[in-house]
Design a protein around this ligand. Structure first.
Ligand SMILES: Cc1ncc(C[n+]2csc(CCOP(=O)(O)OP(=O)(O)O)c2C)c(N)n1
Ligand SMILES: [Mg+2]
Length: 540
């Protein structure tokens, strides 16, 4: 039965949003979007507000990434929308189902110079799956429902709608459109059989599984395929934690050895981009498993590239009826390399050093993090170290910025994570440079009682830029920050708390205080500026 709803544009939009499972909005105020607030306020729909629109979009993206449902950001006309563009672009690169609703200057006097009168569509169209101006309130529920369907259809991604002032303030009486189901895309069975045959016949196969495996709810199917075909699994992005670290086929640190020795590399649910040496694995054959035909790489000719619902494809791989080559020696070889690397890492994570090295920070953090803790990386080298030393134990617990590599996700992602998981540990690992982009949003977190822990690797530099520039030119410019700056004082001033740690032995107690604080808490760790992440080994 269809439902008729009567109300202003904001109420019509919210009815469609609710019907689709959207449960909150992230926003920064502006008169153009007041009707959306009015609808939310009157119906008890949570509103979280921020101090910069990028944080609103990043928060919506964190909800989308973690919960695999649409995340909503509401941005006012003009600068509100333009400030959200980096967030939208990140969501586009990450295939995150984010909906941005924008205010828009009135249509009836378009061209007369209204406040913030600009056409947002040409700006956002290249970084969204769909962007549309909705000129009539009658059209709002249809447009919202269609936009969300597009966002959630693999290959997922952000969508944008804006509403001219008179459209969103006017009242109408409209039928709520039915929710269209999203049918799984059937893969070409021949391509799947070809992929299965290649993997089954391989002597040294490797799987690399990425974000779409989690987004497509295909984690169990991945495990079944890996177990059935006995293939070692590496992960990146939201794929991390797909297999628990103690699983016999879960690997993280032996990647170099694995890719060097592999005869078939199976890349699942992640693009063949710079993180995966552009899909060039020497003599190894590449099988690229993607969630939509649009995701097949144009620059690589894989031996097989099944496209479609990842659960269907991975289940078919698991059910492959043919013979399989024996992989026990290969797995044992990788396990030896993995264990050796683990032992090296464990030593580094325990090492005494003055100043503190990032490895030790993660060594101490691992002792206090619960298995279901959400860790968020926002920074340069400090986050590369996080990727290396932290081992997500469950899928959907690791948020990195993804291939767009945009600094500034920190507080927005933290807000979205806290809203998604009120009872879990949320920990942001932040470079001191990265802190500059979003730390003001600690105020939003503190005011709205959203406690998170922020660990800053404070090396006093834009480390990931300073070290390479020195290596390239012998000097560096625009790469220094104030050394030993008290970012913990900033957080205290904004309603949180924190402390500075200069000695490795003080890290553990400081981190425990941070997780017990119940307010946003920043542990400002003074780290060694001489420490440079070895880039050549950074494939993640
Ligand atoms: C919005 C944005 N601006 C600039 C960059 C380029 N960039 C990448 S890493 C980095 C340095 C980060 O420094 P910091 O956060 O202090 O981490 P560190 O490398 O020192 O550990 C910069 C400037 C970027 N990725 N995103
Ligand atoms: Mg730094």
């Amino acid at each position: 039965m269809t439902e008729r709803i009567e109300g202003h544009g904001g109420e019509l939009a919210l009815a469609a949003l609710r019907a689709y499972g959207v449960r909150e909005m992230f926003t920064l105020s502006g008169g153009h979007v007041f009707p959306l607030y009015d609808a939310a306020h009157k119906s008890g729909f949570p509103i979280y507000d921020v101090r910069h629109e990028q944080s609103a979009v990043f928060a919506a993206e964190a909800v989308a990434k973690l919960q695999r449902r649409p995340g909503l950001a509401v941005l006012t006309a003009g600068p509100g929308v333009t400030n959200g563009v980096s967030g939208l672009t990140s969501a586009y690169f990450n295939a995150s189902p984010v909906l941005v609703l924008g205010g828009r200057a009135p249509q009836f006097r378009w061209g007369s110079g209204s406040l913030q009168e600009m056409d947002h569509l040409p700006l956002v169209a290249p970084v969204t799956k769909h962007a549309e101006t909705v000129f009539s309130p009658d059209d709002i529920p249809r447009a919202v429902t269609a936009a969300l369907t597009t966002a959630l259809t693999p290959h997922r991604g952000p969508v944008f709608l804006d509403f001219p002032l008179e459209a969103i303030f006017s009242v109408s009486d409209v039928e709520l459109p039915p929710l269209p189901g999203i049918a799984p895309v059937e893969p070409d069975p021949d391509e799947v059989t070809k992929a299965a045959g290649l993997i089954a016949a391989a002597r040294r196969p490797v799987i690399i599984a990425g974000s779409d495996v989690y987004a497509g709810d295909a984690v169990d199917a991945l495990r079944a395929a890996a177990e059935s075909l006995q293939v070692p699994v590496f992960t990146n992005g939201m794929g991390r934690g797909a297999l628990p670290p103690e699983h016999p086929l879960a690997f993280a640190k032996a990647r170099r050895v694995a890719l060097k020795g592999a005869d078939v590399v199976v890349v699942i649910g992640t693009p063949l981009d710079f993180r995966l040496s552009f899909g060039d694995f020497g003599d190894a054959k590449v099988v690229h498993v993607v969630d939509a035909p649009s995701q097949r790489a144009g620059h690589v000719q894989p031996a097989a590239a099944p496209a479609g619902d990842l659960r269907l494809i991975l289940t078919a791989l698991a059910d492959h009826p043919g013979d399989r080559a024996e992989h026990a020696d290969w797995i044992a070889e990788l396990r030896t390399a993995e264990d050796a690397a683990k032992a090296r890492d464990a030593e580094e994570m325990a090492a005494e050093s003055d100043p503190i090295r990032p490895a030790r920070v993660y060594g101490e953090l691992r002792k206090v993090l619960a298995r279901d803790a959400i860790t968020i990386g926002d920074g340069g080298d400090f986050v590369s170290y996080a990727g290396r030393y932290l081992e997500p134990a469950q899928p959907g617990t690791w948020l990195d910025p993804g291939p767009y590599g945009c600094l500034g996700t920190g507080m927005g992602y933290a807000m979205g994570a806290r809203v998604s998981h009120p009872d879990r540990q949320i920990c942001v690992l932040m470079g001191d440079g990265a802190a500059g982009f979003s730390l003001m949003d600690v105020e939003s977190l503190a005011r709205q009682k959203l406690p998170v822990v922020i660990v800053v690797g404070n090396n006093g530099i834009w480390g990931l830029e300073k070290h390479p520039m020195r290596a390239m030119y012998g000097y560096d410019v625009a790469a220094d920050l104030q050394p030993e700056l008290r970012y913990d004082h900033v957080v205290s001033a904004l309603g949180g708390a924190g402390e500075t740690v200069a000695k490795a032995g003080d890290l553990g107690p400081a981190l425990r205080r941070a997780f017990d604080a119940g307010v946003p808490y920043l542990v400002n760790v003074l780290t060694d500026p001489a420490d440079a992440y070895p880039r050549s080994s950074n494939l993640a």
